[in-house]
Design a protein around this ligand. Structure first.
Ligand SMILES: Cc1cc2nc3c(=O)[nH]c(=O)nc-3n(C[C@H](O)[C@H](O)[C@H](O)COP(=O)(O)OP(=O)(O)OC[C@H]3O[C@@H](n4cnc5c(N)ncnc54)[C@H](O)[C@@H]3O)c2cc1C
Length: 343
């Protein structure tokens, strides 16, 4: 019989579970129900005990490693904390969010426990065993993995489960002692880009993709890159959308071609050689919708595109709705309407 541990961590506040952690809790609750297995939730963070109330309704055994050593993500301390939680829980299956904090340490922790790890898991199902699903080859092939090795660590991709939302309650939390290693890395502070400069927003409902057409000669024979940049940034500000890019547009900067949109980097690139984000909706603008780009849209729910070309890839079955139109006036009008709605 399986025993299940969900490893979780707090967010930047230090006392609230991260959204990805709550998603892992949902996965753990479902899996424990399917296996009638014992469920334990391990929480790591500077004030892990305060965070525990949010998952008290699961009825799971709650373990915490807490204190100043866990105020900042750091390999040595996080790995020691996770290892202590795993040893205390004696679990055969360990679920954890595929966050940057846990992705860094999970393989090392699995090794210390003599276990095995699979990453980028998108769903779990049960027969006699635990089956985990993940995508390979840039989201083209979906595989179901089943292993006999235990403990089995499974890192879950964000956005694949609903965040656990039980009634918060007072929780009985067992503090787990951690033998800390010598700490050589100290965190002196955080430097993050201005809020406006953060164009990649994984939690946004909408993905807005800019294609190379924004920087091409327009029907008047001129390029209008500055205007394109203003329209795109205004839309991001008004809608809260996440910004994606085609490869052609992202490459222009790297190759030092004509003046391009300075807020775009390869981190924004969507597609075969880019990212495959998860958003409820997507709007592509001035992008041709070629297969190597659209393969990155696999997890976008409602797909729409604005393109001048009635024969572009989007019109050939890749989008739900295509507006064959000039994106400059269309986006200017959309921004105007959004501005009016906000006022
Ligand atoms: C191995 C490999 C991997 C690749 N990986 C990726 C990847 O990860 N991501 C990716 O994006 N691409 C990838 N590509 C490249 C991909 O095949 C395309 O070349 C690229 O997506 C084209 O970008 P685009 O549609 O923005 O530009 P273009 O093909 O130049 O299309 C621009 C479009 O904008 C339209 N347009 C112009 N002005 C306007 C206007 N005012 N209003 C509306 N529409 C307008 C034009 O009609 C045109 O359809 C890859 C290619 C290869 C070979």
């Amino acid at each position: 019989m399986e025993t299940i541990l969900v490893l979780t961590h707090v967010d930047e506040t230090g006392s609230v579970l991260s959204k990805a952690s709550l998603e892992a809790v949902t996965a753990g609750v479902e899996l424990a129900r399917q296996h009638t297995a014992k469920l334990t939730i391990g929480i790591l963070g500077v004030d892990a005990v305060a965070a525990a109330g949010a998952v008290a309704a699961t009825g799971a055994r709650l373990l915490a490693v807490t204190g100043e050593a866990f105020a900042q993500p750091r390999y040595a301390t996080d790995a020691a904390g996770c290892e202590a939680l795993c040893r205390a829980a004696q679990a055969s299956i360990v679920l954890a969010p595929g966050s940057s904090r846990f992705t860094r340490v999970a393989a090392g922790v699995a090794h210390r426990l003599g276990g095995f790890i699979d990453t980028h898991i998108t769903s779990l199902s049960s027969n006699d065993s635990v089956d985990a699903t993940r995508w390979f080859y840039r989201q083209r092939v979906e595989a179901t993995i089943s292993r006999e090795a235990r403990p089995l660590f499974l890192l879950l991709d964000a956005g694949t489960h609903a965040a656990f939302a039980g009634e918060a309650a007072a929780a009985q939390v067992e503090a787990v002692a951690v033998t800390l290693p010598t700490v050589r890395a100290t965190v002196e502070g955080l430097r993050s880009p201005m809020r406006d400069a953060q164009t990649i927003r994984p939690d946004a409902k909408l993905l807005f993709v800019a294609g190379a057409g924004w920087t091409k000669k327009q029907p008047d024979g001129q390029i209008h890159v500055a205007e394109a940049g203003e329209l795109i940034l205004a839309f991001l500000r008004l809608s809260g959308a996440s910004l994606g890019s085609s490869k052609s547009l992202a490459d222009q900067k790297a190759e030092g071609e004509q003046s391009v949109l300075p807020f775009l980097t390869h981190m924004n690139q969507i597609g075969q050689t880019g990212a495959t984000p998860r958003h409820a909706k997507g709007l592509s603008t001035c992008c041709h919708g070629e297969e190597p780009h659209v393969v990155g849209w696999r997890f976008i729910g409602d797909r729409r595109a604005i393109s001048l070309d009635p024969n572009c890839g989007w019109t050939r079955g890749k989008a739900d709705v295509v507006y064959v139109a000039d994106a400059f006036p269309v986006m200017a009008k959309v921004n105007e309407l959004l501005e009016a709605k906000k006022a």
